[in-house]
Write a protein that binds this ligand. Structure first.
Ligand SMILES: NC(=O)c1ccc[n+]([C@@H]2O[C@H](COP(=O)([O-])OP(=O)(O)OC[C@H]3O[C@@H](n4cnc5c(N)ncnc54)[C@H](OP(=O)(O)O)[C@@H]3O)[C@@H](O)[C@H]2O)c1
Length: 277
């Protein structure tokens, strides 16, 4: 495999560089911008891989941009003169798609997307387990082939796409990741307000969420959903609504409305249900 230059030692970049170096994937280095990100990188990577902004960069044929979405195009443009001709340039944003690197593609580079469907909350902790996680690949066939190699080296599940509606794809990923996280925070708050021991609330919520995620995965649809909406226990739903904090009730109502609309087509509605809405 050609060595990869990782640009950006932030949340995703450093976790990825660490994962790759642990699997002996050849790395040309990781480009660090601030002293803070360089210090983080020094904790988990050998010194010879750390590159500063003013270091001469190795001429490489594989670049992975792990910079913020708004910095992707500018960073790629700045690096381009030092890259091998027809080098592969990937970015990691799920919001933008390959189009953001189109000017580089026009210049003869093989550009594409390597978007791990994983959360990277911090550059170092906890170490992210890449195995089995989906990574979405798109772009020039040469870029996608290089991205596939990278994914396989990490034990990830590459999914190659074309003509994806990127904002919608990214919104779906947000629903399954950060917005679930926020929902779990709401559940913790309400458990504690109900008088449940605070120190046990994270475990209780995590177990329920893990089970729900496993059931949703196995069912691939609504078949394994549980709770009062499935049972048609509308009195219970009413009692929930009057007990919740207003901002949590708003989320509860939105998710309830969506669920009822979807289940309404598949489950017989109980008498009087429509009047509850
Ligand atoms: N975090 C996630 O959960 C996640 C998940 C999937 C995809 N992504 C995508 O991954 C990309 C990176 O996101 P992130 O969360 O890792 O952001 P981040 O933590 O803010 O990291 C971005 C890093 O890029 C560095 N950087 C910017 N320009 C640079 C340059 N010219 N040379 C060297 N380093 C440079 C920054 O350096 P300094 O801060 O040191 O100045 C920072 O360390 C984004 O496209 C994002 O959409 C993130």
């Amino acid at each position: 495999m050609e060595p990869w230059l990782i640009v950006g030692a932030g949340r995703l970049g450093l976790q990825l560089a660490r994962g790759l170096s642990q699997r002996d994937v050849p790395l040309a280095g990781i480009l660090c911008r601030s002293p803070e990100s360089r210090a983080n990188a020094g904790k988990v990577l050998p010194e010879q891989l750390l590159l500063d902004a003013d270091d001469p960069l190795p001429v490489v044929a594989r670049v992975l941009l792990a910079v913020r979405d708004r910095e992707i195009e500018e960073t790629a443009r700045a690096l381009a003169p030092g890259l091998a001709s027809q080098a592969v340039i990937l970015h990691c944003s799920g919001a933008l798609g390959p189009a953001v690197l189109e000017p580089l593609a026009q210049g003869g580079f093989a550009t594409g997307v390597f978007h791990p469907m994983l959360a990277f909350p911090h550059p170092l902790e906890p170490p992210v387990d890449f195995r089995g996680a989906v990574v979405t690949l798109a772009g020039h066939p040469v870029a996608v082939a290089a991205a596939r190699e990278l994914a396989q080296a990490l034990g990830m599940l590459p999914v190659e796409v074309s003509n994806l509606t990127w904002p919608l794809y990214h919104a779906a990923a947000a629903l399954a990741g950060p917005l679930v996280y926020a929902l779990l925070q709401a559940a913790r708050e309400e458990l504690q307000r109900a008088g449940f021991p605070a120190e046990k609330a994270p475990q209780a919520v995590a177990n329920l969420a893990k089970t729900a995620a496993e059931h949703a995965h196995r069912a691939g649809g609504w078949g394994f959903l549980t709770g009062p909406l499935v049972r048609g226990d509308w009195e219970t739903v009413r009692a929930h609504r009057s007990a919740l904090q207003p901002e949590v009730r708003a989320m509860y109502d939105a998710i309830t409305a969506f669920t009822r609309a979807r289940l309404g087509r598949e489950l017989p509605l109980e008498e009087g249900e429509r009047e509850d809405e």
